[in-house]
Write a protein that binds this ligand. Sequence first.
Ligand code: NAP
Length: 251
Amino acid sequence: MAISFDLTGKRALVTGANTGIGQAIAVALADAGADVGLAGRSEPAQTLALIAKTGRKAVDLRADLSTIAPVQGLVDDAVAALGGLDILVNNAGIIRRNDLADFTEEDWDAVVDTNLKTLFFLSQAAARVMMAQGAGKIINIASLLSFQGGIRVPSYAAAKSGVAGVTKALANELAPAGVQVNAIAPGYIATNNTAALQADEVRNRQIMERIPTGRWGKPEDIAGAAVFLASGAADYVTGHVLAVDGGWLAR
Ligand code: NAP
């Protein structure tokens, strides 16, 4: 049997694709042959330009995913712009760092709403399309904090642990419909999300010392796993949370 990572003709929607991990995933999916809808608050000018170089189509589907208000319209727009929807990558996410004593309800709600609630309801809207066509791939961006507690980021740890749970719950329900649901748990990746950690000399050193690979990850380090999980090569992989972490969890 030929094993294929080719995504030619597939239609993908990637949230938070204007920068960082989402950008690397969107470009890699296009490199593998997919047309890609980019959903986020900011103009994804750089990502559009990078995808144009691959010869694939990219469309700017602007949406603020801090609430679930836009999710149905976003999936409708993606289907209209791309001609269907085969792959959803739930990547958009935020983090709030604070001591427990100072952690506010807003710090809790903002992170849980964006990172978990929207991920669930956007998956629901996409799953309706995928179930009707009997195929599809949903890829959630989880975190090491799907497995660990982290430091000063309780709403993020709660949301990302929830992402692991939702990934498995949806995988169970959607498997008979031919839809696979998996997550990628990135390790410490140099992006805007981790700028404060990179700038903190002590935390940066502690983090580097603990990574067996001996370096921060790059957004591109996550992209190959996304292409794999989006492809036919992963048709028998579902409900899995794949750590791409330079060996962090192996320590
Ligand atoms: P990033 O560069 O800050 O990217 C986050 C993306 O999410 C941006 O495109 C951002 O766009 C988008 N976003 C945030 N809030 C949004 C909203 N309300 N509506 C629409 N889009 C929104 O950080 P990143 O590291 O690439 O993060 C991507 C994902 O990986 C996140 O889920 C993060 O939790 C996860 N992750 C990152 C690491 C790491 O070490 N970097 C590790 C584990 C997991 P705008 O702000 O322009 O809207």
